[in-house]
Design a protein around this ligand. Structure first.
Ligand code: HEM
Length: 412
């Protein structure tokens, strides 16, 4: 038995751990994850003095346990208002914004069915052309500068935002303000992005108000987008607010994060970059999956225990909150061969970054397509992509953004 590590030593829910992550381990605390999986697979973390965080959370770190928790919504409920280890959340019944991620049973299934009608393979395919245009529109000016630039700001930021605008049906003229709200959501604890907590609150309120406006607009002028389906299905105002907030907080930043960690790792691993270049005409989707695995854009999501249970010798009373630590499960040697290696051809790749149960990510094909297309367009137009400075990460223990990735690209 290894020496017991304290919560502070582990740091898996400490924003500083991710802000100061080691670029050689994907910015992740892989050693701490290993300790948790092998020594304390259900590990209590407490935050008694921070009003912005939950009092207590039990971190679940093994791949098979996370999958079990995610699939068993009877024992591990999503609808008790807790999303992550923050004590506040823009989603949930209690604050008048139930989103499908904070619903269970029939309520969840019926909203998910409505939104799922949009996310057909045919519809995703149709997005391809739009995504290529977005990619080219940002890559060409960045290359034309002929000097190093921040990949996150110049390239990775735009496409996921525009894609989200298309998915939700946000009109062109509303996108700048919509993107501003999305940015505020993405990093509430990093003052380089959000000056203070009030700014996050204001962004949430403005987004809620806009959600209702957008619903009216799409009811009058329906299109092939999520909001038109929500309007058609006559969801309550609360559900409209909640589901818009869900998409605004979950869909764009996560994809941007993946692009940032993915390109960083490709630059660190010339063999993988060379292999990718061989497939630049049609990048296999396995590449996007591996990028999303090592990125683990959301370190965790929480569930509430609905009945007294025991897991690995730890008593979990009804009402206890468990954190499914996806980022730890994604490096579990019981589920992956050589998980600490970045392998763009990895098959199978049962990663947990998109979740695994009834709530598994509805946008996973959209996200994978965005990554594939952006990389294809980037590789086509470049001979070499090299680091021009160190990567720096967002200060956050939930959403694992990249703040800066300086790159130098040599045009093809
Ligand atoms: C790399 C990018 C993304 C990651 C890592 C990601 C991750 C996740 C995760 C972890 C969940 C919850 C899964 C669970 O509880 O089991 C989720 C749910 C969801 N995601 Fe994503 N997501 C991404 C991109 C997107 C995009 C682009 C969209 C929309 C266009 C989207 C829409 C949704 C929706 C609607 C849900 C709620 C599903 C439900 O509760 O039934 N996501 N996502």
């Amino acid at each position: 038995m290894a020496t017991k590590m304290s919560q502070d030593e582990l740091g898996v829910l400490d924003p500083e751990t991710y802000a100061n992550g080691n670029p050689k381990t994907f910015g992740l605390p892989l050693e701490a994850f290993r300790y948790l999986r092998t020594q304390e697979p259900v590990c209590r973390h407490a935050f008694p003095d921070d009003p912005l965080l939950l009092d207590e959370v039990f971190v679940i770190s093994r791949h098979e346990d996370i999958e079990m928790v995610d699939r068993d919504s009877e024992t591990f409920a999503a609808n008790r208002g807790v999303v992550n280890f923050w004590a506040f959340a823009p989603l949930g019944e209690a604050i008048g914004a139930p989103a499908m991620l904070t619903q269970d049973g029939e309520a969840h299934r019926s909203t998910r069915r409505i939104v799922n009608r949009v996310f057909t393979p045919k519809w995703v395919k149709q997005l391809e052309e739009k995504f290529r245009n977005y990619a080219v529109a940002v890559i060409e000016p960045a290359l034309a500068k002929d000097e190093p630039f921040n990949f996150i700001e110049e390239i990775a930021h735009v496409m996921p935002m525009q894609a989200l605008g298309d998915v939700l049906g946000v009109p062109e003229q509303d996108r700048p303000k919509f993107f501003h709200w999305v940015d505020q959501f993405a990093a509430p604890f990093d003052t380089r992005i959000t000056p203070n907590f009030e700014a996050v609150g204001t962004a949430i309120m403005e987004l809620y108000a806009y959600a209702i406006e957008l619903e009216q607009l799409r009811r009058e002028n329906p299109g092939d987008d999520v909001m038109s389906r929500l309007a058609e299905a006559q969801l309550t105002e609360g559900e409209i607010r909640g589901n818009v907030a869900l998409l605004a907080s979950g869909a764009a930043e996560s994809t941007r994060t993946s692009l940032g960690h993915g390109l960083h790792e490709l630059m660190r691993r010339p063999d993988q970059m060379a292999l990718l270049r061989e497939h630049a005409d049609d990048i296999p989707l396995s590449v996007a999956q591996e990028i999303v695995r090592i990125s683990s854009p959301f370190t965790h999501l929480c569930r509430t225990v609905t009945t007294d249970i025991e897991m690995h010798g730890v008593e979990l009373a009804e009402g206890s909150i468990v954190a499914m630590m996806f980022a730890a499960g994604n490096f579990d040697t019981d589920a992956f061969e050589d998980p600490d290696q970045f392998d763009i051809m990895r098959q199978p790749n049962p990663h947990l970054s998109f979740g695994r149960g009834p709530h598994s990510c509805l946008g996973k094909h959209v996200a994978a397509l965005e990554i594939k297309i952006l990389l294809e367009e980037l590789l086509k137009r470049t001979k070499a992509i090299e680091p021009a400075g160190p990567i720096s990460y967002i200060r956050d223990a939930y959403s694992r953004g990249v703040y800066e990735l300086p790159v130098k690209m040599t045009p093809a």
